[in-house]
Design a protein around this ligand. Structure first.
Ligand SMILES: *Cc1c(COP(=O)(O)O)cnc(C)c1O
Length: 372
């Protein structure tokens, strides 16, 4: 018998909402200035606050994480047709951003331990055409940043991290934005920290700030001068204010998720066939996601479990399945790449609901289904 509570759907995430009055109060000045976009006061203010929070020298706000990555790659001016070593175990955006820049993705396998790019497998993929490495701090798990830096230095490659999942993560006591030539964040409503829609690129080189400023505003340099083939990727003021409001609560949100993470781990630790990614040493996590691996010795297949959970109104997700190089938009072009671990994970992964407002009884309900 299902009780009423069991019928309430639980989704994989839920957008954080700041206190209503705070946001309403904060947007009031927009009715006086009537300046609601085009790189205004709050855009500037949020850039400055995020620079501090993320411990980065430079930061450019963009309309979303995808455009942050796409325009950052464009700003690097790589020759057309250059190769970029990247991971297929990610959201489609990472791969799209490379290909939309007329570059060729070369897919590197990931580690079964945490889903991040396997640094040991990078060097054999490097050719004369390689210009960059674009790994992903998937689920907020930190890539092998030191090894990747060493390889990049040896072959004079740029490293751009897709850190869409890693807002607030620290490694060896330093913000995640300090590792790499460029680090891209997503502030989409479903991410741990959001500006409704939004994103940012963090980096060290001030020249790139000017370049991105230009690229996100059509490449317009002056009233009558367009110097670059840019896009429209500016963050508007309502979003920037949402970001300023939400930034006040991010530490609380991370703390709450940390408790949920601990509860999940305690309840699922010894369930036969369910593997959890281990917590990483030297990493201060943001607990953005809770992935589980449904191994072969679990009583159901991953897909059976997914369906069983769905039938009980628990909407988990297969992040990330299929791997990006197998998506139909790429027309089978990358079919034979040697990314066995990525394929394995994508066939066995489920991400469980994770958000600050997730209740103890919800966690109970989710874990009971997994155990039964
Ligand atoms: C969400 C996400 C993006 C894209 O960010 P948007 O803000 O949605 O454009 C890119 N990469 C990864 C890994 C993501 O999860």
């Amino acid at each position: 018998m299902q009780n009423k509570h069991d019928e309430t759907p639980i989704f994989v995430t839920r957008s954080f909402m700041p206190p209503y009055d705070e946001y309403i109060e904060a947007i009031k000045p927009l009715w006086e200035s009537c300046r609601i976009t085009n790189l205004g006061k709050y855009h500037k203010e949020l850039e400055s606050e995020l620079k501090k929070y993320l411990e980065t020298d430079e930061l450019s706000l963009l309309v979303n994480g995808h455009m942050a990555l796409e325009l950052f790659i464009q700003a690097m001016n790589f020759p057309e047709g250059s190769e970029v070593i990247t991971t297929p175990y990610t959201f489609i955006s990472t791969t799209h951003a490379i290909i939309r820049n007329h570059l060729t993705p070369v897919f590197c396998d990931v580690r079964l331990d945490d889903g991040t790019m396997d640094a040991e497998k990078i060097e054999c993929l490097i050719t004369e055409k390689t210009v960059a490495i674009i790994p992903v701090h998937v689920y907020g798990y930190v890539c092998q940043v030191n090894k990747i830096s060493q390889i990049a230095a040896k072959y004079h490659l740029k490293v751009i991290y897709d850190a869409a999942h890693a807002f607030g993560v620290k490694y060896c006591g330093k913000g995640i934005a300090t590792y790499g030539d460029g680090v891209i964040f997503s502030f989409h409503a479903t991410k741990i920290y959001h500006t409704i829609e939004g994103g940012a690129a963090a980096f060290h080189d001030h020249e790139l700030y000017k370049k991105l400023y230009n690229l996100k505003n059509f490449g317009i340099q002056g009233e009558e001068i367009v110097t670059d083939i840019g896009a429209n990727a500016k963050m508007n003021e309502f979003s920037a204010i949402m970001g300023l409001c939400n930034l006040k609560y991010i530490e609380k949100e991370i703390y709450r998720r940390k408790q949920i993470d601990a509860e999940y781990r305690e309840k699922l630790n010894r369930v036969k066939g369910i593997r959890l990614f281990k917590e990483q040493s030297e990493v201060q996590s943001n607990y953005a996601y809770f992935p589980i691996i449904v191994e072969e010795d679990y009583k159901d297949t991953r897909d059976e479990l997914y369906t069983r959970m769905k039938s009980q109104n628990i909407h988990v997700r297969k992040y990330f399945y299929p791997i990006t190089c197998e998506q139909i938009c790429y027309n089978g072009k990358y079919k034979n790449v040697d990314v066995e671990n990525a394929k394995y994970l994508s066939r066995h992964i489920l991400t469980l609901p994770m958000y600050g407002e997730l209740q103890e009884r919800d966690i109970e309900r989710i874990c009971e289904i997994l155990k039964n």
